[in-house]
Design a protein around this ligand. Structure first.
Ligand SMILES: [Zn+2]
Length: 213
């Protein structure tokens, strides 16, 4: 089954995606599961789950959070409780694991994207379950670095669109053999370049501007 491991909703400050549009887009793209990974927030997970139920969609919702740590972003998958932002990177990762969650490092080498862990990734090396080797908003050369890093350290790779508007969902997808709490078995990650990164980034800037107004 195809999965998108990195999706935002309007519960993220830089997204306006409604739960309904998120579910509809995921189904349209042929996905069987999506991870809801809002910035430092988990309220969107339940909202998307309710929408799945309402629409009768065949879509699994993986509860996640993209947590901003003192050194950069980390994603917890299959978490049950919100993890506060701003903590030390090791502490954040421990909190994810204590809940039985899985640790995925998103866009680790995309320096342009605020939130990339960069070298701080080495501090949590033994506690990383997955590396996001293909991120829909990261230029290919930085995705390649993530892929090389994952290979070098033998860490399995997952892919995520990092969608902030519904059109981006499924732009990057991962084929998995197994998807359970505590275990994801990826087979391959793929994605296409459409819609281009600039579309998504522009959308997020507009979303943020609306929040300020
Ligand atoms: Zn994200």
């Amino acid at each position: 089954m195809w999965v998108d491991f990195h999706v935002h909703t309007r519960r993220s400050r830089d997204s306006m995606a409604s739960p309904k549009d998120v579910v509809k887009s995921a189904v349209r793209k042929g996905l069987r599961a999506i991870a809801i990974t809002d910035h430092n927030e988990v309220k969107g997970i339940q909202e998307v789950k309710e929408e799945v139920r309402r629409l009768g969609a065949d879509l699994m919702v993986i509860p996640g959070e993209e947590v901003k740590t003192a050194r950069g972003d980390v994603i917890g998958l299959f978490i049950s409780e919100r993890i506060p932002k701003g903590m030390d990177i090791s502490e954040t990762v421990d909190r994810i694991r204590e809940q039985g969650g899985l640790v995925m490092v998103p866009h680790p080498f995309d320096r342009k994207m605020r939130g990339a862990l960069g070298d701080a990734i080495l501090d949590i090396l033994g506690k990383i379950d997955y590396i996001e080797v293909l991120n829909g908003r990261t230029p290919s050369w930085n995705n390649r670095k993530a892929e090389e890093f994952a290979k070098r350290y033998g860490i399995p790779g997952l892919g995520g669109s990092d969608a902030h508007w519904p059109g981006e969902i499924g732009k990057v997808r991962t084929l998995v053999a197994r998807l359970d709490e505590g275990k994801i078995e990826p087979i391959k990650v793929e994605g296409d370049g459409w819609p281009p990164i600039i579309f998504g980034v522009l959308y997020s800037s507009i979303a943020k501007a609306f929040r300020i107004l």
